[in-house]
Write a protein that binds this ligand. Structure first.
Ligand SMILES: NC(=O)c1ccc[n+]([C@@H]2O[C@H](COP(=O)([O-])OP(=O)(O)OC[C@H]3O[C@@H](n4cnc5c(N)ncnc54)[C@H](OP(=O)(O)O)[C@@H]3O)[C@@H](O)[C@H]2O)c1
Length: 321
């Protein structure tokens, strides 16, 4: 089958190890199913994998991709939850120490077929296209959990979303607006700030800008480049919910601000299958849809990867096997 996979990893030149070509169909153990992939979406995780973050040379070659929507063996339209854990784990799957994302230990979704545990399938409503549905399992689910599980935000409060054009950030803007929050966003480029407004932000600012007021919560996935601003932007007792560090993982701790203004820093990772089901329902009831920058053939995966590495993306990039 055709697949986009990592043949090598290179911290400085992630595209060098990307290949698109024939790979064997995945093994389907007991309790797993093979899903025919109709659409898969790109996440920064896939770039990290090609840089060797979370993907060691011993696991190569590895089919990339966490997110997919497609058809189960009975022809049902499904969305694939990307977290694979211990089948005996009970409770919040994101806390399972054995959890892994598709493309880390098991072959990923950038292929004509992906094998997953049957319990990872969530029904896809007809009102979502395969392309839209394929955006949900990582970026949109992460944003949903950050906002509605981890932030403690109530409707009417103010959230700042850093790095507005990214997959998680653009999801956070749209979901926060639909959830009744006042939404402010930052982005490095004017066209991306305009995109943030179109996604539902009430105001969009340059990175580091002085804001009209302090915010209740910051949604952080950028890391070093925005961390100091995130700390300064919070009201006393406010909270940063952090799920990523695209620009670098070692921000100044700003500890004096953290204790003196009693700030909270809360980590968040992916989301549960139940939260994915709730996210799908939220999109159905609100009409909110993931913005798709472009959808390209799986054979053209390198084009999508190059756009993500260059930061030349508004929202999500989708691959069609
Ligand atoms: N913990 C989890 O479960 C989880 C889940 C999903 C993602 N993540 C992480 O969250 C991060 C975002 O993921 P994504 O898929 O949304 O990525 P993405 O679509 O590539 O977006 C990255 C965004 O970072 C922003 N950014 C701002 N300043 C930057 C700088 N100096 N250098 C690079 N980027 C900068 C950019 O926003 P502007 O261009 O608008 O400024 C860009 O749009 C990644 O690091 C990813 O690994 C974690």
């Amino acid at each position: 089958m055709l697949a986009a996979y990592a043949a090598a990893v290179d911290p400085d030149d992630p595209l060098a190890g990307l290949r698109v070509g024939e790979r064997p169909e995945p093994a389907v153990p007991d309790g797993w199913v093979a899903v025919t992939v109709r659409a898969a979406s790109l996440n920064h995780h896939d770039v990290w994998s090609l840089r060797g973050v979370g993907l060691s040379a011993g696991k190569l070659p590895m089919i990339l991709g966490c997110d997919a929507a497609g058809l189960d063996p009975d022809g049902n339209e499904v969305i694939v939850h990307a977290l694979v854990g211990d089948p005996d784990w009970r409770g919040d799957e994101t806390l399972d120490p054995a959890r892994t994302l598709l493309s880390e230990r098991y072959p990923g979704t950038f292929a004509q077929l992906v094998a997953v545990p049957r319990r990872n399938l969530v029904p896809k409503p007809a009102s979502l296209s395969f392309e839209e549905a394929a955006c949900l399992p990582t970026a949109w689910l992460t944003a949903y959990r950050m906002l509605f599980v981890k932030s403690g935000l109530r409707p009417g409060q103010t959230v700042l979303v850093q790095g507005a054009a990214g997959g998680v950030a653009s999801a956070a803007i749209a979901l926060a607006r639909a959830g009744g929050l006042r939404v402010w966003a930052t982005s490095r480029e004017e066209r991306k700030r305009a995109f943030a407004l179109a996604q539902g932000a009430h105001e969009a600012f340059e990175p580091g800008a002085r804001l009209p007021d302090r915010v209740d919560t910051v949604i952080e996935t950028v890391g070093e480049a925005t961390w100091e601003h995130s700390i300064r932007a919070l009201r006393p007792g406010g909270r940063i919910v952090v799920a990523g560090a695209t620009s670098g993982p070692q921000p100044a701790a700003q500890l004096a601000h953290v204790f003196f203004r009693q700030l909270e820093v809360v980590g968040s990772t992916m989301g549960t299958r139940e939260e994915l089901t709730s996210l799908v329902r939220m999109l159905e009831t609100t009409g909110v849809r993931p913005p798709i920058d472009r959808a390209v053939a799986l054979a053209d995966a390198a084009e999508a990867f190059a756009a993500m590495i260059a930061g030349d993306v508004l929202g999500k990039l989708v691959l069609r096997p």
